[in-house]
Ligand binder design. Sequence first.
Ligand code: KDG
Length: 313
Amino acid sequence: MKTMVALGEILIELNSLSPGPLRHVTYFEKHIAGSEANYCVAFTLLGNRCVFVGRVGDDEFGRNAIEWLRGKGVDVGRVKLDPNPTGIFFIQRNYPVPDKSISIYYRKGSAGSRLSPGDLDDDLLREADVVHSTGITLAISETAREAVFEAFERAKVTSFDTNIRLKLWSPEEARETIMNLLRREPLKFLITDTDDSKVLVGESNPDEAYRLLSPYAELVVMKQGPKGATVYYEGEKYFSPGYTVKVEDVVGAGDALGGTFLSLVLSGFPPKKALDYAIASSTLNVTMRGDQEPLPTLQELDEFLREMNKVPG
Ligand code: KDG
């Protein structure tokens, strides 16, 4: 069994029950989310172990998040309770652009943003098979950013999903900070998408973006939205196409892809095969609300792929 240590912020997601502008939505459904927590659950459900490092509020939502993640098998022993509130966000679905969702954050000064280098445990980082974080954690506070830089410095193997959220910082700040991290700590796994690569290296063409990002990681996964994703590694390139399904909510699909990919590659799947499974997981993810509820087991992914007549890898 492989161990991933994930650093980030767990959020409470309030997803609108009806599509359309939030000003007209009456009912919301509560879910547990936050990119790195989503990665952790995807990773864990596929038979590996994930230790989450972060903070939640000493409040009902914080307790809810800890109990939920524990129930999914995530190791929450390092999650600290903080006097600040657990961060929340609302999702507006399919408006004004069909098949797209918009996140509205209420997370300034949240417990999760208080993550700091003091929360890191050297032994845990050294022993982890992979240490993972995202651009979101770099954006939420100075101390959280320092924690990611320090953790990556101490880790043996690192994984980073660029996950640029332009509501949290400007494109210039995102580019400067993420490129700084990549230059200082070359990664084993870089997971990104064609919107983020446009911000980082001015390229949304996957091959061109890969060429510019390849000095910074051994393996790059380039997510291409509903089209699918491409993995680049050891001189190889493999594109796995997406499936056409009815979209309910796209939030969390990229994490489903990344978490599934990492878990299966660390379990010994060849990257091509792992990417086919990861696309299956992200496809399931857009068909329902909630980031973590749709995350599948290996048996469920096998069933999906069988039904689609897809021979993975
Ligand atoms: O990738 C999904 C995340 O965006 C969602 O869970 C909320 O972590 C979140 C964020 O900061 O947007």
